[in-house]
Design a binder for this molecule. Structure first.
Ligand code: SF4
Length: 387
């Protein structure tokens, strides 16, 4: 098993403190005084160190320049464990993710398994097409690093279904992976890559039995969603990234051209096929957005059964936002504390998601807040505060 996740927290106040610590860690980063598994590049938020904090999966910035100013350090304890420290005080138990055992294996044709899929704590994750129709031109998403890891030689451009299937079996058996998250660069085709990624997902699921999420852009023809569902995929991520149209136009022009209304049409169709909570969207905070539009958008998505996966911007060095900083913790705190109670009240929480980022929650503080709410009706969280 990777790392040493514990059973978690059963006290609301402790869970509340954990959620606040996760928000601050994801904003300010973590200095590391031990070996740590990282996610250096890839699609969407990356540059992540992977740790368990009090049994909760968390990704944090560890390499960006701003991390030199963080008060937080991951340090070995005298008894052989690890802790997160700040100002000489030990704040929480922590367990860095171990190097997965399956990373030592290769396919018959000589591709190292770690070049095909990485273990994100307990979620096996792969970018099945490491190329994107928008990379390197004026349509490139500003937050994305999909081409950087390809250039670094750490991955292969196209992952084959049979290769991913054998990696998934090994990751499950050797390292305790509990689900599979597959994403893809967008293609020029009308299906935007959805059919190939779902073919990969089907092979993975049939071989390993693990639940699978696939992530893709809205296809031109919504009947493609039916084909994805018919392949037995458990969850889908169709990511708007932000509900502020001005920001969307600037940071992801193709998604802006698709239009927010088209995302909602696609989500409604997908919820019909996959069920409530099995359709999700990334919502990235810290790109200059109006927080009221974000909260409204998240609530509107939740109202139709779509899980809004709210994450702070994780600037990927070398991406178009590589020199940015994550948003301040108090900003993330206020938005997350507006969204989490709505999701709990709606019964649309991360623990109902079968697979993928919204199940994993390591890149978001919202799952930890949901748990705090469920544990104890924390007065700090209810009622919902306007930002
Ligand atoms: S939330 Fe998604 S990107 Fe983040 S660690 Fe989990 S699977 Fe990976």
């Amino acid at each position: 098993m990777v790392g040493t996740p514990t059973t978690g927290i059963d006290d609301a106040a402790d869970q509340e403190r954990l959620a606040s610590l996760i928000i601050d860690l994801q904003s300010r980063g973590l200095k590391v005084e031990t070996a740590l598994e990282k996610r250096p590049g890839g699609a969407g938020p990356s540059d992540a160190g992977m740790i368990w904090v009090e049994g909760t999966a968390v990704t944090v910035p560890v390499d960006a320049d701003f991390v030199t100013g963080t008060p937080y350090t991951l340090r070995a304890d005298d008894d052989g464990g690890f802790g997160i420290y700040a100002d000489g005080r030990r704040l929480a138990d922590a367990a860095p993710a171990d190097r997965p055992r399956y990373y030592d294996l290769t396919t018959d044709d000589g591709i190292p398994y770690w070049q095909l899929a990485l273990l994100h704590l307990d979620s096996l994750a792969s970018t099945v097409l490491q190329t994107c129709a928008y990379w390197g031109n004026e349509d490139q998403c500003h937050f994305c690093g999909i081409g950087l890891s390809l250039d670094s030689g750490h991955t292969v451009a196209v992952k084959r279904p049979n290769h991913l299937a054998e990696v998934a079996v090994a990751a499950k058996e050797l390292d305790g992976a509990v689900d599979v998250t597959l994403t893809t660069g967008s293609t020029y085709g009308a299906d935007k890559g959805a059919l190939y990624i779902s073919k990969c997902g089907q092979a993975v699921k049939e071989a390993s039995g693990l639940p699978v999420e696939v992530q893709f852009e809205p296809p031109d023809d919504l009947a493609v969603i039916d084909q994805v569902a018919d392949r037995g995929i458990d969850s889908v991520g169709i990511h708007i990234e932000t509900f502020d149209p001005k920001v969307l136009a600037r940071i992801a022009p193709p998604k802006y051209r698709t239009g927010i209304d088209r995302y909602f049409e696609t989500w409604e169709y997908a919820v019909e096929r996959f069920g409530e909570g099995q359709v999700s969207t990334y919502v990235i905070l810290g790109m200059g957005e109006d927080p009221d539009l974000i909260i409204e958008g998240c609530q509107r998505a939740a109202d139709i059964g779509v899980y809004p996966f709210v994450v702070p911007l994780r600037p990927v060095p070398g991406s178009l936002l590589g020199d940015a900083s994550p948003p301040p913790a108090d900003y993330v705190d206020r938005v997350a504390r507006s969204v989490a109670p709505y999701l709990v009240a709606r019964g649309l929480t991360a623990d109902k998601v079968s697979a993928g980022c919204a199940r994993c929650q390591a890149c978001s503080p919202v799952g930890a807040l949901e748990q705090a709410l469920k544990l104890g009706e924390s007065r700090r969280l209810i009622p919902v505060r306007p930002v």
